[in-house]
Write a protein that binds this ligand. Structure first.
Ligand SMILES: [Zn+2]
Length: 393
């Protein structure tokens, strides 16, 4: 039988919220929740299974704010599922979700999957029927006809069609709405800088999402599309490749989240196996994208970690590359950890449930051997992973 009460003793806690490491601390976990966090010797320890964490570091489970669970991270993942039936695609998505959890990523936000595939996977995992990371999912993205990754989405032209399909995904159970505001890399024949959904269309999506108290995330690479998103109050800018200083300052002012997805762009240039049209476009964006992130860090834009994993040559393990690139761009190790825990939880609107080591939160925890504040790469190493108070594997 699974033990439902755990006591982690003698921990160094990186809580995801504060800047200090809390030494000689303990964590009580009951029925999947953190019930107490304290310093020194805990009292009332009867009935708890004790784990001595001397010398170890305990931090919140990691969050990936941008994944595509239906894709397998091969060189051309869409070609793998193009002719598959949804039943099969959902099963593959489940496998990728499990792979992700086993790296210590205990929550993901899926930003684009065909029909209700990932929504079903979310339902079985979030209801504890199957093991996996907590999933927040947009279901099918809303895009213009023939627009960015149209093969995953609901093609919509004009504000009325966008409104209709936004209502449709929300009726299907989407946790948020994903819109395609510009072109991108991994769709043939479009420019990442080009505008796709118009400002009227974006506005219709935002209005409908608001009615259901849901957020809107926008794929937005080009500057004009990014500005359109900011004007209508889109909640999260995904990629943000060509955001300039003015755009970043508006994001800072409005509290818009940036989910930069750096690793995928580097991966798209890493091999001749990448479809030629994508390789060529990716080479042109890597440098401006990195410069944008550096500027966003300087300005103090809210940055949440996301990988776009599942995309070409970006399986879930590239999460750790993402962390290194964020650090390279000027974020401290502590800020990178916050971006991957409490800030990411806020980006997803679930900060009351996950993203920090504090009482009342889901017991999603990592116990690691080495201090990740000295080297973020130590998060790759073997570790204990707890999700909802249950150890993974
Ligand atoms: Zn994506």
């Amino acid at each position: 039988m699974l033990t439902t009460r755990w006591l982690l003793k003698n921990c160094n806690i990186i809580d995801g919220l504060t800047d200090e490491v809390h030494e000689n601390a303990f964590i009580k976990i009951e029925n999947g929740m953190i019930t107490e966090v304290g310093q020194g010797e805990p009292t009332q320890t009867g009935g708890f299974e004790i784990i001595d964490c001397t010398g170890k570091y305990v931090l919140p489970g990691l969050i990936d704010c941008h994944v595509h669970l239906v894709w397998n991270g091969s060189a051309d993942p869409q070609s793998v599922i193009n002719h598959e039936e949804n039943d099969r695609i959902a099963l593959e998505a489940y496998k990728h979700a499990l792979d992700t959890l086993r790296l210590g990523i205990t929550t993901v936000r899926d930003l684009g999957s065909p029909d209700r595939t990932v929504l079903h996977v979310r339902n079985v995992i979030n209801s504890n029927l199957l093991e996996g990371p907590t999933i927040i999912a947009s279901g099918a993205p809303i895009c213009m006809t023939g627009g960015h990754v149209y093969y995953l989405g609901y093609e919509s032209d004009g504000a009325d069609e966008v409104r209709k399909n936004t209502r449709r995904v929300l009726k299907e159970g989407a946790d948020l709405v994903k819109v395609m505001a510009t072109g991108g890399i991994y769709t043939k024949g479009e420019d990442p800088g080009s505008v796709q959904l118009t400002i009227e269309e974006l506005s219709a999506a935002k209005e409908e999402a608001l009615k259901k108290n849901k957020k809107v995330a926008a794929h937005a690479d080009g500057l004009e599309g990014i500005m359109n998103c900011l004007e209508v109050g889109i909640d999260t800018i995904e990629h943000g490749i060509f955001a300039d200083r003015q755009a970043l300052e508006i994001m800072k002012k409005q509290g818009t989240f940036l989910v930069p997805t750096m690793a995928v762009m580097r991966q798209l240039t890493s091999s001749p196996d990448i479809p030629a049209f994508a390789l060529e476009k990716a080479k042109k964006v890597v440098e401006p994208h990195f410069n944008m992130l550096k500027e966003a860090v300087q300005i103090g834009v809210k940055i949440a970690t996301g990988t776009d994993c599942g995309s070409p040559l970006t399986p879930p393990v590239y999460y750790f590359d993402e962390l290194s690139i964020m650090h390279e761009a000027g974020m401290s190790q502590m800020d990178v950890i916050k971006a991957s825990t409490s800030v990411a939880a806020e980006c997803l609107g679930i900060e009351d449930q996950v993203g920090s080591v504090s009482a009342g939160k889901q017991a999603d925890l990592l116990i690691v051997e080495k201090n990740p504040l000295e080297n973020l790469n130590s998060l790759r190493d073997d570790k204990l992973i707890m999700k909802n108070g249950v150890f993974v594997k």
